[in-house]
Design a protein around this ligand. Structure first.
Ligand code: DPP
Ligand code: ZN
Length: 874
């Protein structure tokens, strides 16, 4: 595939003002009639031919201004339509294309999911429906008439507002939808099927009445309530927090069971992976509820940041995604606990974005070249993109940030914008020069922030030296210093927060220092005692902090820091030190030993805290992948697994009685509620059980087995199963079998069961996964099922995916090769698990490389997979 470059951007030569569609749904022969009103773009080239995009299309007829086109007037293939000599004026083109939605296994364009007709057009799926200028800067007003068999598809939904509907001959019926807001083709959607509706009415702050609908598989209405509740809260929040009000008479959400991504923000008609809609206490965990809330909010927030203001080209993807992730994080922080949300988000950032950023798939938040845009819906674009917005807000302050957002929402409304236009609004609103900050969008790689402190007792000064460096990434050998907002504090031995007075008389407002040079030296005066620095509070920048604090310093921060994020970070850092030493011990055939102080500190927290959700985050020790990233090279996953097991067992033994006490004390007699406080209580209780079982597997398994049986909700039942899954033996197999029997008709619950087994860190897991691939409930045709089993094995089981014999790699390569023709997007996504292969020890590296080469050798190979594999191998 050819490389597309940002620097080659040119406006379209033609514009399409309106699109009139008639889609006559049929399982294998859907007829699409599309009339496009074209005119020359004043900003385009004068004598340009008209070249429309297509993908696997079958053209039935083509007409210009209503008159059939002669065969010599155009060229058409399945991949495109060209008029070499188009009129130099406004004209219409009408196409009839014939689609087979049942055969569409790529899940892009129009397809069927459990019999429901649905569409996915981002990024380039509309060209699989009709010929089009399928690029986000071509924005049109759509009118869509949908026709279908009334029994097969009683519900017909489109973008915008419903206009009319009625019966047709032969048991068919129709509905017409009109979307008055011009939009790019990637936001087009339609749905037809047998669906149940849960409805609610919402009045916007200016008095617009909106009919809200959540459509689900009939019989699952009782699982749609939480999504609806989250939608209403999102709509209200966006009015208050960003002044964004909804702009149509209806807003619909449809849950489908076959979906490549999480969800899609089509104008007025969001289509969701049902995993992020359906929830009941008996089938969804607290984590599922939190995800549903966040993703419902995310897609709704796109209505302004994405739809009203869209992207000029796909290089600007972070313009809508980074900003909208930031907005959904803010929403969840306001609805739940801000510090706990921050900790969870940073865990996620490090696990996915930092990992991506340090390997062959690293790319800037705004890439400058791509071969396959589907492969750029990444943690870097989304999560790091959101971090850049957080930093922007810290740098210019909340008020200027809100003023900049207001300006952006006003000035760019109705346009397809760029990152430059976005930043210009904040520069204007704050009066600040943001040109250096903008480097974050162009430069890939995670900067390291090195810090060193020295106390001069006689002079009562404390000197803090800061320096930054960003390692090379593919295509970017040399790096420049970026703008790093460092929120900091100094903490005295007694836990007191010290004044921050600089030698030159300046005060650090809000404890914020901005490092925009390679290095800086700060001298604080009037420092009465040796302080411990608390740096990067709230994780004020997406960097790796390198500071040599000893265990005393870290434990002091853990106990006293006024910044909850850094309290959590301090505990993680102590654990990381212990784990790194333990890995070394394991590798030199020694026994890992641990000082008891870490466990004691955890015990002390448990004795004192009433912030359950926070404490649960502290109890979750760094993951195997976290430790691997710390080590960085020549990684031996087996040594990491052993070290981590040993630390968990040691902590579990040392504070076993306390854990047991917490477990018993947090038992609840109340009915399940998904609210943050109740979820926090369950999280801590289950974290206590997990660590307790690590210390005493026998007693832990007994507790877990009892909890499994007694649980009245999925959170507690699944947490118990997860504990049992870590302890080999008959009891585990029985619990797994029992769980499967209880939920055999519930695919979303079975996904948890698949995922849990695929993540068991034992050599037998490879065979277990292979056996599960033949389970009647498993299917490679369903992305959720495939991600649950294969994705979990490849992404959440460091030691078994990276088996020394290479059989884990072979399994993933085999699945990717099988999926390559049917669903290349999913295949490419799974292969992302190879993103860290170069940091492994040489034996595993060789095995990983040969598996990648095997995939590379397939012909033909999809553009999606070819792109990922070739970048991994480069
Ligand atoms: N644009 C979608 C999202 O909201 C991608 N599927 O992230
Ligand atoms: Zn999004």
């Amino acid at each position: 595939a050819t490389v597309i470059r940002l620097e080659d951007y040119r406006p379209a030569d033609w514009l399409i003002d309106t699109v009139d569609l008639t889609v006559s749904l049929h399982p294998t022969a859907t007829m699409v009639r599309a009339t496009l009103a074209l005119r020359p773009n004043p900003a385009g080239a004068v004598d340009a031919p008209l070249a429309l995009d297509g993908d696997e299309l079958t053209l039935v007829s083509a007409a210009l201004d209503g008159a059939p086109l002669g065969l010599d007037a155009y060229t058409a293939t399945s991949q495109g339509f060209t008029l070499p000599h188009p009129p130099r004026r406004a004209f219409t083109l009408t196409f009839e294309t014939l689609l087979n939605p049942t055969a569409n296994t790529k899940l892009m364009g129009l397809y069927r999911s459990s019999g429901v007709y649905c569409t996915q057009c981002e990024a380039e799926g509309f060209r699989r429906i009709t010929y089009f200028l399928d690029r986000p800067d071509v924005m049109s007003v759509y009118t869509t008439r949908i026709e279908a068999d009334a029994r097969e598809a009683p519900v017909l939904l489109g973008n915008g507002n419903p206009v009319e509907s009625g019966p047709l001959d032969g048991g068919r019926h129709y509905a017409v939808w009109h979307d008055p807001h011009p939009k790019p083709a990637y936001l087009f959607a339609l749905v037809g099927g047998r669906l149940a509706r849960v409805g609610r009415r919402f009045t916007t702050r200016s008095g617009r009445e909106v009919e809200l609908g959540v459509y689900v598989e009939p019989g699952k209405e009782d699982r749609a309530g939480y999504a609806m509740d989250a939608l209403v809260r999102s709509m209200r929040w966006d009015e208050t927090a960003f002044g964004c009000e909804y702009d149509l008479d209806v807003f619909n959400i449809v849950a489908v069971s076959d979906f490549n991504m999480g969800a899609m923000e089509n104008k007025g008609l969001n289509i969701f992976n049902d995993k992020y809609v359906l929830a009941s206490p008996q089938t969804a965990t607290d984590a599922d509820y939190a995800n549903i809330e966040a993703i419902i909010a995310h897609e709704y927030f796109h209505n302004w940041t994405g739809n009203r203001i869209t992207c000029r080209d796909w290089f600007q993807l972070c313009l809508k995604e980074g900003l909208t992730v930031f907005r959904d994080h803010e929403f969840s922080s306001d609805e739940r606990s801000r510090p706990v949300k921050r900790i969870a988000d940073v865990r996620n950032l490090r696990a996915h974005q930092f990992a991506e950023d340090s390997g062959p798939l690293a790319h800037p938040v705004r890439p400058n070249a791509y071969r396959e845009i589907n492969n750029f819906y990444t943690a870097t674009v989304y999560e790091k993109g959101s971090e850049l917005i957080s930093m922007l807000k810290i740098l210019i302050g909340s008020e200027a940030f809100r003023a900049g957002m207001d300006l952006y929402l006003r000035r760019c409304d109705g346009t397809a914008a760029t990152v430059e236009e976005f930043l210009a609004c904040f520069a204007e609103a704050s009066g600040r020069d943001l040109s250096h900050f903008a480097l974050w969008y162009r430069q890939a790689g995670t900067p390291s922030l090195m810090a060193k402190g020295a106390y001069d007792e006689a002079a009562r000064t404390y000197t803090l030296e800061l320096a930054q460096a960003t390692p090379p990434t593919p295509g970017q050998e040399t790096k420049e210093p970026v703008v790093i907002p460092v929120r900091l504090g100094l903490i005295a031995a007694d836990g007191e927060e010290l004044q921050l007075r600089l030698a030159d008389g300046r005060e650090l407002a809000d404890g914020l220092f901005v490092l925009d040079a390679p290095a800086a030296k700060l001298t604080f005066v009037d420092v009465p005692t040796q302080p411990t620095p608390s740096l990067l509070r709230g994780f004020s920048a997406p960097v790796k902090l390198r500071i040599d604090l000893d265990e005393d310093d870290l434990l002091r921060l853990f106990r006293h820091d006024s910044d909850p994020f850094n309290r959590w970070q301090a505990a993680q850092s102590v654990a990381t030190r212990l784990l790194l030493r333990a890995v070394d011990a394991v590798k030199s055939q020694g026994e890992p030993g641990f000082s008891p102080r870490f466990a004691e500190a955890l015990g002390a927290l448990l004795a004192a805290t009433d912030d359950h959700a926070f404490a649960a985050q502290v109890m979750a020790l760094p993951s195997e992948a976290d430790i691997a990233r710390e080590i960085g090279q020549d990684i031996d996953p087996d040594a990491i697994l052993e070290a981590r097991r040993a630390l968990r067992a040691s902590v579990g033994r040392l504070i076993g009685p306390r854990l047991r006490q917490v477990y018993d004390g947090l038992a609840s007699g109340e009915a399940y509620s998904p609210d943050a406080a109740s979820a926090g209580r369950r999280a801590l209780r289950n974290a206590a059980l997990d660590l307790f079982a690590a210390g005493d597997p026998e007693a832990g398994a007994e507790l877990a087995a009892a909890q499994f049986e007694a649980a009245d909700n999925m959170t507690d039942r699944f947490a118990a199963l997860a504990v049992l899954a870590q302890i080999p033996g008959e009891r585990r197999e029985q619990a797994l079998a029992r769980f499967a029997a209880l939920y055999e008709t519930d695919p979303l619950v079975l996904d948890k069961w698949f995922a849990l087994q695929a993540a068991i860190p034992e050599p037998g897991t490879l065979e277990r996964v292979r056996a599960l691939m033949s389970h009647p409930a498993f299917s490679l045709a369903n992305p959720n099922r495939t991600r649950a089993l294969i994705g979990s094995f490849a992404m959440a089981n460091l030691s078994q995916f990276n088996r020394a014999d290479g059989k884990g790699y072979d399994l993933l390569a085999e699945v990717a090769l099988k999926l390559d023709d049917a669903n290349p997007q999913l295949a490419a996504r799974l292969l992302g698990a190879f993103r860290s292969w170069r940091s492994l020890e040489p034996g595993r590296r060789a095995k990983a490389e040969s598996a990648l080469r095997r995939v590379e050798a397939k012909t033909p190979l999809s553009a999606d997979v070819a792109d990922i594999v070739s970048r991994c191998l480069a």
